[in-house]
Write a protein that binds this ligand. Structure first.
Ligand code: G1P
Length: 274
């Protein structure tokens, strides 16, 4: 199977937890310091050697396309001034990869969003980043770690971390057996189980590597938790027929889908910038 070049970013959600900020601004564009969440994700993908960003958007998300494009007016205004340096990083990002977009018309869950992205991915293995899980690890990002594992094992991989047992109902939760340090072969997976039903406290966070047969599985996946098509259910199906791995990654992760996590991330990156 080919090398991983493409990264899918599901970015169609409403971001209701951040209203009213997200009324007219996509939640993926909320900044931690001066950089939108989605740009952190794209930079992590570039660092992992990926060069094709496939973004599943929805209504009211046009700011995302404008962000990863040249603003001629702005370029003209600040050309030659000391402010030009503020654009250096985003210019590098735009040059390092291409961006393609498709819209998810109805919100039917993460699995449905990923299936909507099939048109941008086609028949090759790919990564998925959920931008509101903001990850940081110096010089060896979480996706880089996973791409290296993919090169060895050639199968779908999910990133996991231990969470307090009472929080299992916020995540997909896996169970499996260790096949190496920090690496498990998945034998069970449940979307947002009550703590009493959770098979472990190993929660999936928003980094996946998926083999393209996942699309056929998703087409057959019935709505699960919350009446939505869940990637967790499709991955369990994939795990029954072939291997799916769960990787306890190195690094920090912030749940920027919640106000608490967002503030934590802001404080962390602010302290780091000083
Ligand atoms: C999604 C997935 C869940 C995963 C989580 C990671 O849930 O459905 O399995 O653990 O992302 O952030 P969401 O947070 O979109 O409800």
């Amino acid at each position: 199977m080919s090398k991983i070049k493409k990264c899918l970013f599901p970015a169609a959600g409403y971001g209701t937890r951040f209203l009213p900020a997200t009324k007219a601004i996509p939640k993926e564009m909320l900044p931690v310091l001066t950089k939108p969440l989605l740009q952190y994700g794209v930079e992590e993908a570039i660092e992992a050697g990926l060069n094709t960003m496939a973004i599943v958007t929805g209504r009211g998300k046009r700011a995302i396309e404008d962000h990863f494009d040249i603003s001629y007016e702005l370029e003209h205004q600040i050309k030659g001034s000391s402010k030009e340096e503020y654009l250096t990083q985003i210019r590098k990002v735009i040059q390092a990869c291409t961006f393609s977009y498709t819209r998810q018309i109805e919100m039917k869950g993460l699995g449905h969003a990923i299936l909507t992205g099939e048109t941008l991915i086609a028949d090759e293995p790919f990564a998925v980043i959920l931008a509101d899980d903001l990850c940081d690890n110096e010089n060896n990002g979480v996706l880089s770690q996973m791409v290296k594992l993919y090169e060895k094992y050639k199968c779908s991989i999910v990133a996991v971390e231990e969470v307090p047992m009472q929080e299992t109902n916020k995540y997909g939760v896996i169970a499996g057996e260790f096949i190496d340090d920090n690496l498990l072969k998945v034998n069970d997976m449940v979307e947002k189980p009550d703590p009493k039903d959770a098979p472990s406290n190993l929660a999936i966070i928003g980094r996946y590597i998926l083999t393209p047969d996942i699309f056929d599985i998703l087409r057959e996946t019935k709505p699960g938790k919350g009446g939505e098509i869940q990637i967790t259910d499709a991955l369990l199906e994939q795990a029954k027929n072939r291997k799916v791995l769960a990787y306890k990654f190195e690094g920090k992760r912030f749940d920027c889908g919640s106000v608490d996590g967002f503030v934590e991330a802001t404080n962390y990156f602010y302290a780091k910038s000083k």
